[in-house]
Each structure stands twice: as C-alpha cells, then as structure tokens.
Ligand binder design. Sequence first.
Ligand code: URA
Length: 436
Amino acid sequence: MRAVDIIVKKRDKQELSREEIDFLISEFTADRIPDYQMSAWAMAVLLNGMTDRETTDLTMAMADSGDRLDLTRIVPGSVDKHSSGGVGDKTTLVVEPIVSAAGLPVAKMSGRGLGHSGGTLDKLESIPGIRTNLSEDEFIAQLREHGIALIGQTADMAPADGKLYALRDVTGTVPAIPLIASSIMSKKIASGASAVVLDVKVGVGSFTQDLESGRHLARLMVAIAKLSGRKATALLSDMNQPLGEAVGNAIEVKEAISTLQGEGPTDFRDHCLTVAAHMLMLGSAVPTFNDGLALAARSLDDGSAWQRFRVLVAAQGGHLATVDDPSLLPSAPHIETVHAPRSGYLSQIHARRIGEAVVRLGGGREVKGQQIDHSVGVEILRLVGDQVTENDPLFVIHAATRGELERAKTDVLGAHHWSDEPVEPLPLFYDTIYTE
Ligand code: URA
C-alpha cells in the first residue's frame, strides 16, 4: 500500500477500506508517512468527508496507535468529559475538580489549542512547573493516589492523535466532523474512562456551526462510545459568543480559579454546573440531574472543588503559590480596557473572530510547534443581549506589544455588533443526547 494512493482515493471521493485507514494511521505514527502527505489527506477528508463506518474505523485505528488503558480495575467508575472546541472554554479546569470533590475518579486526556479555539493543555501550562506529558505509568500512579489527572496525548497513548492534531491546527483542516470525532473519541478510548460527557459546541466560534452538524457529531461520538463499551451523554451548547469573560491561556486559568472559589462569570459557572451534573449522573454519584446540580454547586461554594484543583496542580508539579495568588501567573506588559463606542444592545460578539485575535496576539500557534505566549488574551465584559451605554467598559486586551494591542483592539471591536432594538440573550444549551 502507498500513502499517495490513499490520498488520491479520498481526493476522488471514494470510501477507504479499514485496511487502508489502519495502514495510514500506523505508518504515520511510526514516522513513515511525512507531515505533508498526512496534511494532504486531512484536507481531502475535510473536503470530501467520510462515512460513519470510515470514521469509526479511523477512531479505532487512532485509539490503537498506542496503548488502550482499561481503568475499570485501576479506578472503577471513572468519568471524563471533552469539548469539541470553543472560545473561552476553560470548563475542564473547573468541572474535573467538581466531580473529583464528589468522590468520582476523573482521568482526562486533553488537547492543545486547535485553530482559533483554545486547548486545556496550553491553559494548564500557564501554571509554572506543571507537567502535562505524564507517562502511562505516571498517569496510573497519580490516579491511584489522587483520583484526578489531566494529561496530553503521549508516545504511549493516542500518539496518532498527538501528531495529527498538531498538523490540523495549522493546515486549516480542523472543522471536519470525521477528524473531530476520531480525535476526541480515540483519546477517550485510549485513556480508559468508563463514562464520558461530550460537550459539542454549536455556533460561529465552534467547528460545527449549525445545530444539524452539531447533532451529527454528537450522535456519531455517542455511537462510537457505545461501540467501545462506554456510557456517553452529549450536550449541544452555544458557541456563538465566548464562554465566560477570559479568552487566553493564563487569564482563563485565573477565571477558572475564581469560579472554583465560588465567583466567576455567571454564564461560565452555570455551564460548568450543568456539565458536572451530567458527569455526576453518568458516574452514578447522584440519582437525578437536579441532585447533580446541587452537589456541584455545593462543591464550588464550600471550597472542596478548589482544594481538588490544588491537589491536581501539586500532583503534576505546578507551583501552588501561583494558583494561590493568581497575580503570580504570567501577565502581559500591555493591558488596556476598551470602552463602548456607542449605546445600544449587543446583537453579536463573534466568538471565532475573538479566538483568531487571541491567536494573532500569540496565544495560539500559526505554525507547528510554535511557542505560545501564555500571558496574552482578551476579556469580553458583556454578553449578547446586554444593554450597553456609550463609554461603558466593553473588553480588555492583554498584549505583548503596543502595536499588537492596537491591532487586537480593532479586531475585537469588529467582532461586536449592535442593535437599537432589544436582543434576546443566547441560551447556554440547545439539546442533550443520551446513549441509546
Ligand atoms: N478536541 C479534540 O480533542 N479534537 C478535536 O478535533 C476537536 C476538539
């Protein structure tokens, strides 16, 4: 078999066999297919799609590119969550500790920034000293000792996703449902949790822009979870405007910390409580969704979730002093508040444009392997539907240079749209899909 023939077949809109998919993934993982061929193949998939059968085979090939952990004997009843990618989505940093505070093991394999969307690993690495590249043995040992771990793809677990993810990030090949589903579900299968909540984002700031494609992605991932013997719930959540205020690595960690301490923006807190409640239900920690909501809120308000976050940070080598005093986290030299240029109702705060502005500030990558600047970002102070008076604070830019700050001001101002008439606020969630 030759990689070029598989690329040509997908370019010509034909269905790949399981053998061809297995060959492509195993040879790429072994560094015998170069990045340029894999990128060309990813673009062919983006343009021509895959059948659900191909996507399932791709997921299994990627999950089997390394070891598949079975956590049922190591930490029984572990639960996991994964987002399909959004702007300001620091949910994992809050939800993992909430669920851990309720006594359920949480074992999560996350990703880095992808296109305009941020990644949990990049955010977490704003904390000096923290390690996300734990080996499989370290991951298991940490789960046994602390019941909570948050790692990236490794040479042992989901290596194919680690390599393909870095290419997709910088080749315009992220928003392909087969590539998203296989990326997410291969990590979930490899890292071994028995139940998973899938947070599928819908809207201009996500990779599934409308409800129909969000539902397709959600159903496909829930079906793959079932096939691999896992329970799954998929939530369809809004990603037209950023989630919470902070967009950028260190400032998102700061917002997660304040949410864990019982504060934080209301939309973000409510989003986290809902995701956590579903995880608590899937993990059988509570009988009903409302019990899950109440338990999750209690763990934020009584400080137990915050203490679990500190345990996670310390276990992975992070300097606790910097989370106990977030002013010690990376901070940009140029910070400026921008005020509303007019009065009116906010009709749109375009999440993708804001994510792109943060990438341009240096918070994401434009080429593979690029160092990112953890300190930069944007705080969006208002929500769609808010009535704003001219000169009210609208957003805050954190930039490395004056020039970049000025450019980001224009970009972010252009992402705000206005109406003279009242505008309905956006919902947080659209739908929930359960395993059949
Ligand atoms: N998260 C992932 O892990 N992969 C994707 O493709 C999108 C979001």
